[in-house]
Design a protein around this ligand. Structure first.
Ligand code: NAD
Length: 271
C-alpha cells in the first residue's frame, strides 16, 4: 500500500499490542476492553472479582489466531498487591496500552467528607495509576509504543454538586496526567484523559438513585431530568466512551498527548 503523502494513515490496528484495562468488569472499562480487543489487542482485564472477570474475558472478541485475553483480580486500593501483580504481568507480556479506570467515589458533600474517604479515593485513583505506570513504562519504552488513557470525568472542568470527594480526586488525576504527558512525550508515549459525561452504567444508576432519594422524587423522573440537562437529551452509551479510548490507544493518535477529551453529548457548557 502506498504511504499517504501527508505522512500518516488512519491506522487503528492494535494487533500484537497488549492492553491492560482497569475497572474492566462492567461499564466503561468493560466497553473499552471490548473495543481494544476488536482492534486486535491482547487484553488483560483488571478489577476485584475473578469470577466476573473470567466471564467478561470469555466474552471478549477474538479477531485473529494469536490473540489472547487474561485477567488480574486485585483491589486497586491495595497498592502493594497491585504493584506485585502488575510487575508479574509485564514480566511475561509487556503492556503497550494502559487504561486507568476504577469505581467513582461515593456521592456526598466535600465538607462532610472524612480524611479516610479522601485518602481512599486518592489511593484507588492517583496512586493506582502511578503504580501501574511504574510497572508498564519500561516495557513501553523498549517496545517504542505506549498509550496511557485515563477515564476521568467532566468534573475536571466543572465540579458537580454533591460529588465532593470525586471532584477533588478527578482534579488531582488530571494534573497527574498532564505532568506525566510532558515527561513521557520525548519517548513517544502519550497520556490522555477521556472525560465521560453521564453514561448509562451502574455508576450513573447510583448517582440518579442518590439524587432521587435526596429530592424525594422517583428515580425515573430524576433520570429524565438529568437527561434534559444534556444537549443531546440522553445519557451516553459505554461504547461511545470506549470508542474514544480505543482511538487514543491506536497508532493513529500518536501526536495527541496531554489532552482531556469530553465525551458528554455537549454537557460541558464552556467552549
Ligand atoms: P462502574 O462503577 O460501572 O465501574 C467501575 C469499575 O471499576 C468496575 O469494573 C468495578 O468493579 C471496578 N472497581 C471499582 N472499585 C475498584 C477497586 N477498588 N479495585 C479494582 N477495581 C475496582 O463505573 P463506570 O460508570 O463504568 O465509570 C468508570 C469511571 O468513570 C468511574 O471512575 C466513574 O466515576 C467515571 N465516570 C462515570 C460517569 C458515568 O456517568 N457513568 C461519568 C463520569 C465519570
Amino acid at each position: 500500500m502506498r504511504a499517504p503523502v501527508h505522512g500518516v494513515s488512519m491506522d487503528l490496528d492494535l494487533t500484537g499490542k497488549h492492553a491492560l484495562v482497569c475497572g474492566a468488569s462492567q461499564g466503561i472499562g468493560r466497553a473499552a476492553a471490548h473495543e481494544l480487543a476488536l482492534l486486535g489487542a491482547d487484553v488483560t482485564l483488571l478489577a476485584r472479582r475473578a469470577g466476573v472477570l473470567a466471564q467478561v474475558r470469555d466474552a471478549l472478541p477474538v479477531v485473529h489466531d494469536a490473540q489472547r485475553h487474561a485477567l488480574i483480580a486485585v483491589d486497586a486500593g491495595d497498592t502493594a498487591t497491585l504493584r506485585a501483580k502488575a510487575e508479574a504481568l509485564v514480566a511475561g507480556h509487556p503492556v503497550h496500552v494502559l487504561v486507568n479506570n476504577g469505581g467513582g467515589p461515593p456521592p456526598g458533600l466535600l465538607q462532610d467528607a472524612g480524611e479516610e474517604a479522601l485518602l481512599l479515593a486518592y489511593r484507588q485513583h492517583v496512586l493506582a495509576a502511578q503504580t501501574l505506570v511504574g510497572a508498564v513504562v519500561p516495557g513501553m519504552r523498549r517496545a517504542g509504543y505506549g498509550r496511557i488513557v485515563n477515564i476521568v470525568s467532566t468534573t475536571v472542568r466543572e465540579p458537580i454538586a454533591n460529588l465532593g470527594v470525586s471532584n477533588v480526586t478527578r482534579g488531582a488525576m488530571a494534573s497527574w496526567a498532564k505532568t506525566l504527558a510532558n515527561e513521557l512525550a520525548p519517548l513517544g508515549i502519550t497520556v490522555n484523559n477521556v472525560l465521560p459525561g453521564s453514561t448509562d452504567t451502574p455508576r450513573i444508576a447510583q448517582i440518579a438513585a442518590t439524587r432521587a432519594e435526596a429530592r424525594g422524587v422517583p428515580v425515573e423522573a430524576m433520570r429524565t431530568e438529568m437527561e434534559a440537562e444534556i444537549p443531546m437529551g440522553r445519557f451516553g452509551l459505554p461504547g461511545e466512551i470506549a470508542a474514544a479510548v480505543a482511538f487514543l490507544a491506536s497508532p493513529a493518535a500518536a501526536y495527541i498527548t496531554g489532552t482531556s477529551l469530553p465525551v458528554d453529548g455537549g454537557r460541558i457548557r464552556a467552549i
